[in-house]
Design a protein around this ligand. Structure first.
Ligand code: PLP
Length: 422
């Protein structure tokens, strides 16, 4: 049904029906939440397997792992992250439990001390390119440090490179770009080989420009035919631009969110530079947790088996949303368009222009918490007011049915109200 072509009477009649449904949801007093990309309890149970028989298993841990030292992390986890990201172990620093923490630290260091002997970024104005829609916490870091954000829209295969290339070639205050290259948060898109190539080779006016390659969903496939992402470090090396890349990953959604292991991957020169500061910040990260992770994760084949278990829990949740959207909104409905990601943690739902905030508010009234409308945009500003981020993983399967019913009802209500108003 094409909502735009309905007569005024038909729209009013549909709105009447939807209002009744909406009031019934409000009366029920539901309390459901699809706002954050958190693993659900069943997924975390998979991670808890890590601790089975751990006191015995820990007997194999080298004795020095119990003590201070080894700032770059234990070699076993350096190797594992190197295999995951296609880097060399020497190009990996294994950190604490959060890659976001490593990103924040990396920006703070660059602002205060500069990178690899260059001037501190903070000596003058700093700007970052933010592909949109994007990850709200990246944007929060920029806002926190007063970094001006320049939005660049995303295509289905990454940011629009003509725009990125032009911006970075003209302005030396643009020091970085955020990228979630595989199963992007929130669109789920995967950067194409062409986009990776252009990012790696583009001319930047700032010689201390950095790509923040947040590979948070590198092994988080939802299908048997995962998308392939080019190895940006290998490509950048080809152009002599290897120092441009800071790569991040973690096991937050492989083992335990908030109690996993994170890493930063970078060129030899960058690693040396980072370690020169890190050695002041800490004596070492938690090597015991790193070793426990190594015992559990073992190698890439075993990680694939663990991620298959994760997928078995979350794929049906993604399917529920996609099937419901497909059933409720035809491709020509003009009031809802959604992504169908092959991995990661999110679905992007675009509603009729000018309605996203209203959908968010209506959902709240009916008991469903969504990620705030506008969150996937710098400064929370979605100029079209149309994009919503859906996080299917955390909610229990039974709550998911209610969440989907409320969401669909609120999309219809907000859009019909707007169409009648127009
Ligand atoms: C793109 C992206 N990067 C980083 C993170 C946070 O990762 P970590 O738990 O390693 O800090 C998330 C969490 O949702 C994310 O979506």
């Amino acid at each position: 049904m094409n909502y735009l072509e309905l007569s005024k009477e038909k729209k009013a009649q549909l709105l009447d029906e939807v209002n009744k449904e909406f009031n019934a949801f409000v009366a029920k007093g539901y309390k459901v939440d699809i706002s954050r990309g958190k693993p659900c309890s069943e997924q975390l149970d998979i991670g808890m397997e890590m601790f089975k028989g751990i006191d015995k298993a820990l007997e194999s841990m080298p004795k020095n792992y119990r003590n201070y030292g080894m700032l770059s992390g234990i070699p076993e986890m350096q190797q594992l992250f190197a295999d995951m990201l296609g880097l060399k172990p020497a190009n990996i620093i294994v950190g604490g439990s959060s890659s976001l923490n490593l990103m924040y630290d990396t920006i703070q260091r660059a602002l205060q001390f500069g990178v690899c002997g260059e001037k501190p970024w903070n000596d003058s104005k700093v700007k970052f390119i933010c592909p949109i829609p994007g990850y709200d916490r990246h944007f929060a870091i920029c806002e926190h440090f007063g970094i001006e954000m320049i939005s660049v829209p995303m295509n289905e295969d990454g940011p629009i490179m003509d725009v990125v290339e032009k911006l970075v070639s003209l302005d030396d205050s643009i020091k970085g770009i955020w990228c979630v290259p595989k199963y992007s948060n929130p669109s789920g898109c995967v950067y194409s080989n062409e986009v990776v190539d252009r990012l790696a080779k583009m001319k930047t006016k700032a010689k201390d420009f950095r790509i923040f390659w947040d590979n948070a969903y590198v092994v988080h496939d939802l299908t048997d035919t995962p998308e392939k992402l080019a190895n940006i470090m290998t490509v950048a090396e080809k152009y002599g631009n290897e120092d441009r890349i800071y790569e991040f990953a973690s096991t937050s959604k492989v083992t335990l969110a908030g109690a996993g292991v994170a890493c930063i991957g970078a060129s030899e020169k960058n690693i040396k530079d980072i370690l020169s500061h890190l050695t002041i910040e800490t004596i070492s990260y938690d090597k015991v947790n790193q070793y426990i992770h190594y015992l559990f994760l073992k190698d890439m084949n075993n990680i694939a088996a663990i991620m298959k278990k994760q997928r078995e829990v979350i794929k049906p949740k993604f399917d529920k949303f996609i099937n419901a959207f497909t059933e409720e909104f035809s491709t020509d409905s003009n009031i809802a368009k959604w992504t169908n990601p092959k991995g990661g943690y999110f679905i992007t739902l675009d509603v009729y222009q000018g309605c996203a905030k209203r959908v968010y508010e209506l959902c709240k009234e009916a008991g469903l918490t969504l990620t705030k409308a506008g969150a996937p945009f710098p400064y929370g500003r979605d100029d079209d007011d149309k994009t919503l981020r859906i996080a299917p993983t955390f909610t229990s399967t039974s709550d998911l049915d209610i969440s989907i019913a409320i969401l669909i009802c609120c999309v219809k209500k907000a859009c019909l109200e707007k169409l009648l108003e127009d």
